[in-house]
Design a protein. Structure first.
Length: 144
């Protein structure tokens, strides 16, 4: 009986789950991502965006090198990654084709051209010249 006692207590602890942690199945997302609907489930009617509608602060959801972009009315833009400045430059709108071009001040490889831009449900749905889909959600946050 003495030998059985030393095995019963550790066995009971294992059965009760002491000292065990359950793995977290899904990583916890930042608050701004939890609040945004999945764009693939968005059945909002979308319209072609105009030059005035792209001006503002946006959080990018997918396919961008940066997490936030601020497009200013004066033709400049600023991007942020992990809440730190990432890039800046000038933006250009082509009225004839409704195309948006971001021209980086520091690195031409960061310049982007969007050939199809739609707006709906406080989001911009953009397709770049490589046919990659981008989704930008409108925000009211400004960086200093």
């Amino acid at each position: 009986m003495k030998g059985a006692k030393k095995y019963i207590i550790p066995l009971m602890l294992i059965l009760l789950g002491f000292g065990c942690t359950q793995p977290q199945l899904e990583p916890e997302l930042p608050d701004y991502e939890q609040d945004q609907p999945d764009p693939s489930e968005d059945f909002t009617i979308r319209f072609s965006a105009s030059e005035q509608e792209v001006i503002g602060s946006w959080i990018t959801q997918e396919a961008s090198a940066f997490e936030e972009i601020i497009i200013e009315e004066d033709g400049t833009y600023f991007t942020f990654l992990n809440e730190l400045p990432f890039d800046e430059g000038r933006w250009f709108w082509n009225d004839e084709t409704s195309e948006l071009k971001l021209s980086s001040k520091f690195n031409e490889k960061l310049s982007l051209k969007f050939v199809d831009i739609e707006i709906g449900n406080e989001a911009l749905f953009l397709t770049d010249s490589d046919e990659m889909q981008h989704v930008w959600w409108m925000v009211d946050v400004a960086h200093e």
